[in-house]
Design a protein around this ligand. Structure first.
Ligand SMILES: NC(=O)c1ccc[n+]([C@@H]2O[C@H](COP(=O)([O-])OP(=O)(O)OC[C@H]3O[C@@H](n4cnc5c(N)ncnc54)[C@H](O)[C@@H]3O)[C@@H](O)[C@H]2O)c1
Length: 371
């Protein structure tokens, strides 16, 4: 059965879209610039898109040095940033007569920052925001804090640290708000988390996995900056180790060399090309190679993930769920998890977790046969 026939997912016709950006262009102009959709697909909804104009962004150039936007909030401190974003959310809700809001980060990847003492508790985080400790509080954390403070589920679509810290887990639990993320699992990593479980199930060894990409959209341009690429690299590297469990299978996966590259190449725009070379070995150690060449469309793969995450997070909020939504790992490259748990990367296990949660929502038991 379609999931919407089992649980009450919000209807698309009841959704109003809005957002923030560091550029003032409306959604139609932004879509024309992005060159993802063809004119024939855009023209029929031109007026609707033109009516979606961004609110001024909470932005800090140090977190995305390749971007030089002008449509930016004037803020004194990070706390001030939060206050202004909270006011935006309240105004948007009122002006559009919305019952509920979900906030999703689909903005650029920020530079890599490691968790620090300021991220360990809500009290410490709020103090750092008030003291304007910009080195540990990126703008994305302010969006997340503002959303949760307004009782809105928050989703992190980029690999930013953002909601992946104890302070925000604490806040989301306190405010009864679901949070999910991070980093949409759309292309190369989607393939990886399908192939890796297959190797593991067949007990095929893997000695090397080299992944490289070329892409030419603005995401690629931002990721061309080494500090921003680091954030993405950590996210992309994390997946296969958890699937292979090298500590349990040292002969098969204990010596695996894993490398990930992303190269900015403007001519391709949004049409990312990903190559994977996988060096595997079979019975008696005989080596084999697999080449995967995925000529994908980045945004065509990511947009439905973003929408599903919004719909499911809204559903979760209505079902009384709060904190990290591990059942939404299915959509994420770096599934969020607390310090007591491990993430699940295997796509098939993730799909099972999602279905299991839907079943629980309607009080159904998992069938006893293998599904
Ligand atoms: N397949 C995919 O497209 C995919 C997969 C996984 C993750 N992601 C992540 O999703 C994010 C968006 O990807 P994209 O290809 O749409 O990028 P994009 O560059 O086309 O769009 C990002 C937008 O965010 C805006 N922005 C930057 N900082 C902002 C801020 N502080 N506040 C408000 N707006 C801000 C930029 O001006 C830009 O318009 C990136 O972080 C990317 O890594 C995308």
């Amino acid at each position: 059965m379609p999931i919407k026939d089992i649980v009450p997912i919000a209807d698309l016709k009841d959704i109003v879209f809005g957002g923030w950006d560091i550029f003032p262009e409306n959604a139609y102009q932004a879509a024309v610039y992005a060159e993802v959709l063809k004119a024939k697909d855009l023209e029929s909804i031109r007026t609707e898109l033109e009516n979606i104009t961004p609110m001024k962004a909470a932005f800090d150039h140090n977190y995305a040095k390749r971007l030089n936007g002008t449509f930016i909030k004037d803020t004194q401190t990070r706390w001030d940033m939060v206050e202004q974003l909270r006011a935006d959310i309240r105004n948007f809700k009122e002006q559009n007569q919305c019952d509920r809001i979900v906030v999703l980060w689909a903005a650029s990847t920020e530079i890599f920052i490691a968790p620090s003492a300021e991220h360990q508790s809500l009290q410490a985080l709020e103090k750092a925001m008030k003291e304007n400790n910009t080195a540990v509080i990126p703008p994305s954390m302010c969006y997340a804090y503002a959303a949760i403070a307004e009782g809105c589920p928050f989703i992190m679509g980029a690999p930013n640290l953002c909601v992946d810290i104890p302070a925000i887990w604490e806040f989301s639990e306190k405010m009864n708000v679901p949070i999910a993320g991070k980093d949409f699992k759309s292309g190369q990593t989607l393939m990886k988390t399908v192939l890796a479980p297959m190797f593991k199930t067949r007990m095929l060894g893997v000695s090397g996995w080299f992944s490289t990409n070329i892409l030419g959209n603005r995401d690629g341009e931002v990721l061309d900056q080494p500090e921003n690429f680091k954030t993405k690299e950590v996210s992309k590297l994390s997946v296969i180790e958890q699937i292979f469990e090298p500590e349990k299978y040292p002969q098969l996966y204990g010596n695996l060399y894993h490398k990930v590259r992303i190269n900015y190449y403007p001519p391709r725009r949004d049409n990312k090309e990903a190559w994977d070379n996988i060096d595997i070995f079979g019975w008696m150690g005989y080596p084999m190679e697999i080449k995967v060449n995925f000529l994908c469309r980045d945004s065509i793969l990511a947009a439905p993930i973003a929408l599903d995450l919004v719909l499911f997070s809204d559903l979760a909020a209505r079902a009384g769920m709060k904190g990290i939504q591990t059942w939404l790992s299915f959509f994420c490259k770096s599934p969020m998890h607390d310090n007591e748990h491990q993430p699940v990367h295997d796509l098939f296990q993730q799909w099972r977790m999602l279905k299991q949660t839907i079943r629980e929502m309607v009080g159904e038991k998992e069938p006893s046969y293998l599904d």
